[in-house]
Design a protein around this ligand. Structure first.
Ligand SMILES: [Zn+2]
Length: 322
């Protein structure tokens, strides 16, 4: 590592720490730059007509049939009234570090992992804004089957914080649903969950409502760690338990394992592949993945599977909760 690289990493670390100190947020939040050029213009015309009429609460996306397979339907888990400890693990952005994560997961035969991708940003390089390698897979690389066997879900087409669209229904819908359709074309499985781009500061109740009324997405993950194991009260506002770079990751997980299970519990863990380069934490993540994969007494589920298991009990959004 040369001096400039060390300085960059130190500066980035200091910035993240000072941010964490000020706000109580996790050390790493969505740090991607939001001013990168995007190609949203190509996508705006496609939904001109469809979004006008898509106001039914149970939206049926176009290009689907009654036989359309939706993500997460085949968890193999039966909810028989016995309380369980559910565990979700997911990674955002589809950068090339995901290859290492996938390798680790395969090593421990752990496929219940969700990757949130932005199909409008294939091959885009944000390294200069992030300070460590932040290169997304190309379309060809993703089509080659990198994520086969894992859960692919929506991180919106261009990853712009959706509040930038000022509640323009067509634009917000397009950002979410076009990404879902692209994933469907890729995998033959229609996504039902997403990670909000940019994290919590950019999510509003109006955006949740737009997503609910106009897209197939029924769960949206935020970025602020709760360090708790409660189930969400609204799926479109799901705050995670922990982030992979937090110092408390292992102790939080141990608490989860040790907790008495008198009602359903959830440990929801998220992160980005590029954090592994920021913190040189590949070994730490592998140790965590091994611990989770080998843990007894928990149900490892993808985010989509978690949604499907609880969709009849947890509302996507409480519409009068304004
Ligand atoms: Zn992201």
């Amino acid at each position: 590592m040369n001096f400039k690289r060390i300085l960059t990493v130190l500066l980035l670390g200091a910035l993240l720490m000072s941010f964490a100190a000020c706000t109580g947020e996790p050390e790493v939040t969505e740090t991607e730059p939001v001013t990168e050029p995007v190609t949203e213009t190509e996508t705006e015309t496609e939904t001109e007509t469809e979004t006008e009429t898509e106001t039914e609460t149970e939206t049926v996306p176009e290009d689907t049939t009654p036989e359309t397979v939706y993500a997460g339907m085949d968890s193999g888990i039966v909810r028989d009234g016995t309380p369980k400890k559910y565990f979700c693990l997911c990674f955002d952005d589809a950068t090339q570090q995901d290859l290492k994560i996938i390798e680790m997961c395969k090593k421990y035969n752990y496929y219940d992992v969700t990757f949130f991708i932005s199909t409008g940003l294939y091959g885009v390089d944000w390294t200069s804004g992030v300070g460590v390698s932040h290169v997304r897979f190309t379309k060809k690389e993703v089509e080659s089957g990198i994520y086969d066997g894992f859960d692919l879900a929506v991180h919106t087409l261009n990853h712009l914080p959706l509040d930038q669209y000022q509640n323009n229904v067509k634009k917000v819908t397009n950002e979410i649903e076009k990404d879902a359709k692209n994933i469907y074309k890729l995998t033959g499985i229609y996504p039902v969950v997403m990670a909000w781009p940019g994290g919590d500061p950019n999510v509003t109740r109006q955006l949740m409502k737009i997503a609910y009324e106009n897209t197939s997405i029924r769960l949206g993950r935020g970025t602020k760690s709760t360090h708790k194991f409660d189930l969400p009260t609204e799926f479109l506002w799901l705050e995670p338990t922990a982030e992979i770079s937090e110092a408390t990751l292992f102790s939080d997980f141990q608490k989860f394992l040790d907790a008495e299970c008198t009602e359903d519990m959830l440990f929801f863990c998220w992160g980005h592949g590029y954090e592994l380069d920021i913190y040189n934490s590949y070994d730490k993540l592998e140790k965590f993945i091994k611990m989770v994969a080998e843990a007894e007494g928990i149900e490892r589920v993808t985010v989509s599977e978690f949604y499907q298991l609880f969709k009849d009990e947890i509302p996507a959004v409480i519409l009068d909760n304004e």
